[in-house]
Design a binder for this molecule. Structure first.
Ligand code: SF4
Ligand code: SF4
Length: 85
């Protein structure tokens, strides 16, 4: 399973991808992101787009190994963390 440390950074950088436009509350932060808890308010029912494991199963398993797909996603996490410093 994809290992997320719940830093919340991906949910605050939606403007970087058109795929997440409908979730963007207007400033790049997701309308379902809870700034008090730093967590997703609809986590159990979050869109497939926000679920790395589901995205892999549904769309990417014929293209990448699971490890490759995780590595691509971990790189995005790493980039967000680097930019945040
Ligand atoms: S940036 Fe990565 S580690 Fe942080 S919340 Fe998003 S998926 Fe999890
Ligand atoms: S729906 Fe939840 S997991 Fe998806 S971007 Fe919004 S806050 Fe993050």
């Amino acid at each position: 399973m994809f290992q997320c440390d719940c830093c919340g950074l991906c949910c605050k950088h939606l403007a970087e991808s058109d795929l997440y436009r409908e979730l963007d509350r207007g400033d790049g932060v997701c309308m379902f992101f809870n700034e008090e808890t730093n967590l997703c308010d609809i986590y159990e029912n979050r869109p497939v787009l926000c679920n790395v494991d589901r995205m892999y199963e549904l769309y990417f398993k014929d293209t990448f190994t699971r490890e490759e797909y995780y590595a691509l996603n971990y790189n995005v996490c790493k980039q967000f963390k680097k930019e945040e410093k």
